[in-house]
Design a protein around this ligand. Structure first.
Ligand code: FAD
Length: 828
């Protein structure tokens, strides 16, 4: 009689449970035991964030099976709270620790399957083990987080790491009414995406009032007033009530390694195409294995539930039927809901292909989820990468609202089948207006790629255009005049498409001609006209102005909760937890004032004049478009004893409601004079050095320091690298004449065409004196407030994006408020 086989499985969730169920379906008579370290098996990890956020209301719904129901259905033994601690490959037995009793015992096997998953990274940062800092991997983690939220009612959470799970947590915490700050070390969220696509996510997060810091790491955690202080690499500190660490995961492969099984460079367990480890009686699946990525040919780990399930099935087949099924690897097809948008990727991103030196072309298209004439069509942005020779699809990314899921699955299937962009152009899809268009977004992506491959069109990326040189390129905005006036790329000439043929003589033939429109469609028509009219170098800006603008604008969203509320007692309340709920205000007691179009200090003056005419308790609702007003109105209300009841910004329009209060009659001494204010008016290197030496000294002695940069002083805080922003003629002229950034400043005396400043800098190096750039950074790191005068910026055509990180905009009111608190006020 055939001996009964004994199968042991380590891990009872995605990969482990699937393997066990399939094993039983193929072999009714074997002995199967699952060991699971935790209490639960076969639960929905992917649903955990949604249970925390309250979208999934029933905890029980997370459990696909219980150990009992699973055991009964499949006639197998589920030993939960049982950890496999060692594997003896010689004797073919494992050591198991019963976590209820602490007792150890051995269990023999014929075949062993490892599905231990991945563990969240928890770096040894100072203070990381204090209360309120969580990782999320399993049900107990979920229960802890949920309980903490219910009991402590946190108002502000920091999510460290902006991967798929980090963003899901951000959304779910936000959904629970918690202010969320994300801290991410990379320059973008969701690293499987390219920046051009991630920037769409950034802009969406901004609309949801999620604060996020990019290119920023957490350096430590402290505790202050029973709150967690999250200290960042930029020396900024965020006070929060809870922290979710979502920095990443790593394969839980120590058991395999200790048993002498091979692990690879990624740390994952090495398996062959039958998912057999280096021991033929031990198989492994899921997050813990590494496998050759079919697109790149490199070893990778896939942290996704779908592949773990598929591998479990293959392993069961190979164990019972002899190695008869090969695993073909995963192409990392993933999708996530990020607030209102859906973000998905499959295959390999453009940046990874570049890193791996894999030749490719990437193209971006913007389409609609369904026919534009049918109500509810929503934008969908697609980026595909393909081989330049035969057009084989290598990767696709989509950011959109509706229908992203079905398109990404199509792309995924296409990549798996080795399909080319020609096939994409041809894919036959189901079409009726509510679902798609006669040309589906997938077809359009394919057709555009086909045009690129066969030379019908040439494309250029937003990156290349962003660093363009006027001497080499001629940029044509092919949109209508009205569209052009609403914003375009700096230096572009506007020739509306329908007039292009009449203006061919004005376009240089010895330059690269770059044509763009909103998304690339009209530009394609223009490119064809130009190419057939003898222009040798014509390029369509891939993704059009939409991609260019989203990718080149400021990506992070910092400081949105800072100084959230300034109370009458002069305290700056941060975060809305302490925020006092303003007294209700009857609509009849509010007067509307329009200050749109006025520059600083116009809106504040108008507010003052209007409020002067009111009785105490009445209010002004003022609308303004001067960006500095957002900060000024708070400061002004604080200084004057009026109450800022509401402040919001929609697009460029700022609306504030200010209730008239009793006049403030505080003596200067009551305010304290522990601050220092410095006005930086000059852009001379020596003067700027003097300012920052004093500022850093004052900050070091515990003073609150504000430097107010006005007129020429603004040049001190401009970035070294040119930032592309839209400017009018005067702005451009000023820009050309003025030194850009601290590195270009000259001395006030003995500058000798720049020789003097070079000498000064070299002496400073010799004498070990910090450079000006380093002093600026030190100042920011030490909390010195750098405020750029909004009005001078307008006059000189300088935009916020041109400043180094950490600069805020403000107006006269901000400056005056700071001087009231200052014992030292210098004008340099
Ligand atoms: P797991 O499902 O993690 O199971 C491993 C099990 O092994 C664990 O329960 C562990 O306790 C147990 N174990 C480990 N070592 C031992 C031992 N020595 N003895 C006994 N037991 C042991 N993927 C998606 O595709 N889409 C999503 O939307 C998605 N969302 C996610 C959300 C969250 C919050 C998390 C944590 C993961 C998410 N994933 C998602 C990833 C997905 O859950 C994993 O890829 C999948 O579960 C991996 O399966 P696995 O069997 O390898 O590991």
């Amino acid at each position: 009689m055939k001996r009964l086989m004994k199968y042991l499985i380590v891990g009872g969730v995605a990969g482990g449970a699937t393997t066990a169920a399939r094993l039983r379906r193929l072999d009714e008579h074997s002995e199967i035991i699952i060991f699971e370290r935790g209490e639960y098996i076969s639960y929905a990890n992917c649903g955990l964030p949604y249970y925390i956020g309250g979208t999934i209301t029933e905890r029980d719904n997370l459990f696909v099976q219980t150990p009992e129901t699973f055991g009964t259905r499949f006639k197998l033994e589920v030993r939960n709270l049982s950890e496999v601690t060692a594997i003896d490959r010689e004797k073919k037995e494992v050591t198991v620790k019963d976590l209820r009793t602490g007792g150890l015992y051995k269990e023999s096997y014929d075949k062993l399957v490892l599905s231990p998953g991945a563990e969240p990274v928890r770096p040894p940062l100072p203070g990381i083990n204090q209360e309120g800092i969580f990782t999320l991997r399993n049900v107990p983690d979920t229960d802890h987080i949920k309980k903490y939220i219910e009991e402590k009612q946190p108002r502000h959470a920091v999510v460290v790491g902006a991967g798929f799970i980090g963003l899901e947590m951000a959304e779910n915490l936000h959904h629970s009414g918690i202010n969320v700050t994300i801290v991410e070390m990379a320059d973008q969220v969701m690293t499987p995406l390219d920046l051009s696509m991630a920037s769409l996510v950034h802009q969406h997060l901004k609309t949801k009032n999620v604060e996020f810091y990019l290119k920023t790491a957490v350096s430590s955690f402290d505790r202050e007033d029973d709150r967690i202080v999250v200290r960042l690499s930029s020396s900024k500190a965020i006070k929060a009530d809870m922290v979710i660490l979502s920095i990443g995961v790593r394969p839980d492969s120590h058991l395999a390694r200790e048993a002498g099984l091979d692990t690879g460079k990624t740390g994952g367990i090495r398996v062959n195409e039958y998912l057999q480890t280096t021991d033929s009686d031990i198989y492994a699946v899921g997050d813990a294995i590494e496998f050759t990525n079919p697109v790149t040919g490199t070893q990778m780990i896939t942290y996704l539930a779908g592949p773990a399930n598929k591998q479990g099935r293959i392993v069961a087949d190979n164990i019972v039927r002899g190695n008869n099924k090969k695993y073909r690897g995963s192409i990392n097809t993933a999708i996530a809901k990020v607030f209102d948008i859906t973000v998905a990727a499959t295959g390999v991103s453009g940046k990874l292909l570049s890193e791996l030196n894999i030749p490719h072309i990437s193209s971006i298209t913007h389409s609609s989820s369904h026919a534009g004439y049918y109500p509810g069509a929503l934008p969908m942005s697609i980026k595909i990468s393909f081989t330049p020779d035969d057009g084989r699809l290598l990767g696709a990314q989509i950011v959109g609202y509706d229908g992203v899921d079905k398109r990404i699955d199509l792309f995924s299937a296409a990549i798996r089948k080795g399909v080319t962009v020609h096939d994409l152009a041809d894919i036959e899809h189901a079409y009726a207006p509510p679902y798609s268009s006669a040309k589906d977004p997938v077809n359009i992506a394919g057709k555009v790629a086909e045009n690129i491959l066969d030379g019908t069109t040439k494309i250029i990326s937003w990156r290349e255009v962003a660093k363009h040189h006027f001497e080499e390129m001629f940029l044509i905005d092919i949109r209508t005049r009205d569209e052009h006036q609403l914003g375009s790329i700096e230096g572009a000439v506007n020739i509306p498409l329908d007039e292009l043929r009449q203006h061919l003589g004005e376009i240089p033939k010895n330059k690269k001609v770059i044509v763009f429109c909103g998304v690339g469609l009209r530009a394609h028509v223009a490119c064809r006209i130009l190419m057939q009219s003898g222009f040798p170098e014509v390029y369509n800006l891939s993704g059009g102005l939409k991609t260019f603008e989203t990718a080149t604008q400021k990506q992070s969203n910092e400081d949105i909760f800072a100084n959230d509320y300034i109370g009458h007692d002069d305290h700056i309340y941060q975060g809305s937890k302490e925020k006092k709920v303003p007294e209700p205000l009857e609509e009849s007691r509010i007067k509307d004032v329009d200050a749109c179009g006025l520059q600083c200090p116009g809106p504040v003056l108008k507010l003052k004049n209007s409020i002067d005419k009111l009785a105490v308790g009445e209010a002004i609702r003022i609308k303004a478009t001067d960006a500095g007003f957002y900060k000024d109105v708070r400061a002004w209300s604080n200084v004057t004893g009026n109450e800022l009841v509401d402040l919001r910004q929609k697009g460029a329009e700022i609306t504030a409601i200010v209730r008239k209060g009793e006049p403030v009659t505080k003596m200067p001494s009551q305010r304290g004079n522990s601050g220092s204010t410095l006005v930086c008016f000059s852009d001379d290197l020596d003067r700027a050095l003097a300012i920052f030496i004093i500022a850093n000294g004052a900050a070091a002695s515990g003073k609150k320091v504000t430097i107010f940069f006005t007129f020429w002083g603004l040049n001190v805080i401009r970035r070294q690298k040119k930032v592309h922003v839209k400017k009018d003629m005067y702005g451009k002229l000023f820009g050309m004449m003025m030194p850009r950034s601290s590195s270009k400043l000259g001395l006030s005396k003995m500058n000798m065409a720049g020789m003097g400043s070079k000498m000064m800098r070299s002496v400073m190096v010799k004498k070990n004196v910090e450079s000006l750039e380093s002093m600026i950074k030190t100042a920011v790191d030490n909390g010195v407030e750098l405020v750029a005068c909004q009005m001078s910026m307008e006059v000189m055509g300088i935009k916020k994006e041109e400043f180094v990180d950490g600069v805020q905009l403000g107006g006269v009111a901000t400056y005056l408020e700071r001087t009231e608190e200052a014992g030292l006020n210098l004008f340099v």
